[in-house]
Design a protein around this ligand. Structure first.
Ligand code: 4AD
Ligand code: MG
Length: 477
């Protein structure tokens, strides 16, 4: 007897066939109707028990969460709510689930409660929908780049370099923490450590990706990245997945075109391939919005927001223009910003980014040409001497979703820059080599995968779009 999954059965193609399906009981009512789910789709299949030979003790074991096997016939349903159902001829309990202690009940649970039960939350509609969308998005990422001539590059996870210069990294060591070897001046002697030097978990695969772009032309990374910032926000994780394309001979304009085209492709893919899950998430968001004060409610539904991003160009605005807009904005004049904008050169906070995107332009925005001194050392200097060819893509409800730049390809300019910043030339010898041997204009960016999943699913907290979130004071599971 062929084994089926629920998604296939619900298509109804094998009508009147004898079928065999495994899954978990979502609900059981009237001692007769089981809603069965196996994760293949959001939807359950109804299994109808139409026989008297199930003993009382087996019936009692059909509880929410129990794993069962069902054999029977797929038939057209006469009842409301489903087109097809299974007329059950045989039912086996595979794994009991005691309703007295099982945390996931057929009712609404808070997201906080589910976060504490992250090992079980995937059994809810909300989390299975999110994680199917996440999986589809990651497939779309690979499909987009493969179709556009990019090669997938795996950046090292343990690294001796600090790409962003932010200094907030997780140390990787196997030295005895109670009794580490010391140098003559009393510091920890990392030459005795596993790698013979200080190493950390990577904050970005960019610098290594640049080396591969100089040989393969177009590459992208898609892997975990780590930041030890103590930011307890709804948009930060200590471990997140980043996608970093890097392209030889692309300038900043090309980079902006790529970022827009790439994001639109992945969202379009989900719109076409995750219809049931998105419809469910749209309703979830609409229910959540109802509890908000009227002035904070979004005017657009989830699907409207996604279609809007797919169908419209992102607005390109220079940092200098953005500062003018912000300086003259109502919230700035009325001192509503926590960080008032007074002068050119200020670093933009998320309140400013969100004002530009949600209130002023009302569409995704690409800010470019930022002041050099608030951006990383590797960004290409403009002729004005004070700005660099940086770009950030800002999204409604999310803020920064992409950060990228054209890279400084001129050896003398780059050397001068790292000297001023006090970076050790010796640490970056291989990165500097790229500027000595066939250097060329090149650009890339990093997209925070969870922020894309957040936007696409309409989830407010980044901790709900990754299976096991890592954040300060939490590494459970
Ligand atoms: O802007 P960031 O720091 O840029 C880089 O790391 C560059 N090396 C990328 C490149 O040019 N190749 O990070 C890129 C993106 C951000 O825009 C954001 O979406 C995401 O990564 N991100 C985070 N996501 C979740 N939690 C965090 N703590 C994040 N930090 C950055
Ligand atoms: Mg950034």
């Amino acid at each position: 007897m062929t084994k089926y999954d629920v998604a296939t059965l619900l298509k109804g193609t094998d009508l009147l066939q004898t079928i065999n399906v495994n899954g978990w009981v979502r609900t059981f009512r009237s001692n007769r109707f089981i809603a069965l789910n196996d994760g293949s789709t959001l939807n359950n299949i109804q299994c109808v028990l139409d026989f008297d030979n199930l003993d009382e003790s087996t019936l009692k074991r059909i509880t929410t969460g129990a794993a069962i096997n069902v054999k029977g016939t797929l038939i057209e349903s006469l009842g409301k709510g489903q087109k097809f159902e299974i007329q059950v001829s045989e039912l086996t309990i595979l794994g009991d689930c005691n309703p007295e202690v099982y945390p996931i009940q057929p009712k609404k649970h808070s997201l906080e409660f589910l976060r504490e039960n992250a090992h079980l939350r995937i059994r809810t509609n909300t989390f299975s929908a999110i994680m199917r969308v996440r999986s589809a998005l990651s497939f779309a990422v690979h499909q987009y780049f493969t179709q556009n001539g990019f090669y997938y590059f795996n950046a090292p996870i343990i690294t001796g370099s600090d790409a962003e210069g932010a200094g907030e990294m997780f140390k990787v060591t196997n030295l005895d923490s109670k009794n580490p070897p010391l140098t003559e001046d009393g510091k920890i002697d990392y030459t005795k450590d596993f790698f013979g030097k200080e190493t950390n978990l990577t904050v970005s695969g960019q610098l290594e990706a640049e080396t591969y772009a100089m040989g393969l032309g177009k590459v992208y990374t898609f892997g975990p990245t780590f930041r030890a910032e103590n930011s307890n926000t709804t948009r930060h994780l200590a471990e997140f997945w980043m996608i970093e394309p890097e392209v030889a001979f692309n300038d900043l304009e090309d980079n902006m075109d790529l970022a827009q085209d790439f994001i639109q492709y992945t969202i379009k893919y989900v719109l076409e391939n995750c219809k049931d899950d998105l419809a469910f998430l749209e309703q979830r968001l609409a229910d959540e919005e109802k509890n908000k004060p009227a002035n904070e409610r979004s005017e657009m539904s989830l699907l409207d927001k996604l279609r809007f991003v797919v169908d419209n160009n992102f607005k390109r605005v220079s940092y200098t223009e953005a500062i003018d807009i912000l300086r003259n904005s109502k919230p700035n004049k009325k001192k509503k910003f926590k960080f008032p904008i007074n002068e050119w050169g200020a670093d933009l906070q998320s309140e400013h980014e969100r004002f530009l995107v949600e209130k002023h332009f009302k569409c995704p925005v690409i800010l470019f040409d930022y002041p050099a001194n608030i951006k990383a050392f590797y960004m290409r200097q403009n002729d004005d001497g004070k700005t660099v060819r940086a770009m950030d893509v800002l999204f409604p409800g999310i803020g920064e979703i992409v950060g990228g730049s054209q890279r400084e390809e001129r050896l003398d300019v780059l050397l001068e820059k790292i000297k001023v910043l006090g970076i050790d030339e010796k640490e970056l010898w291989w990165y500097l080599d790229l500027r000595k041997f066939g250097s060329c204009v090149h650009s890339g960016f990093g997209l925070g995968f969870e922020r894309l999943v957040q936007f696409t699913t309409g989830m407010g907290n980044i901790r709900d779009v990754i299976p096991y979130p890592r954040f300060p004071q939490n590494a459970e599971f």
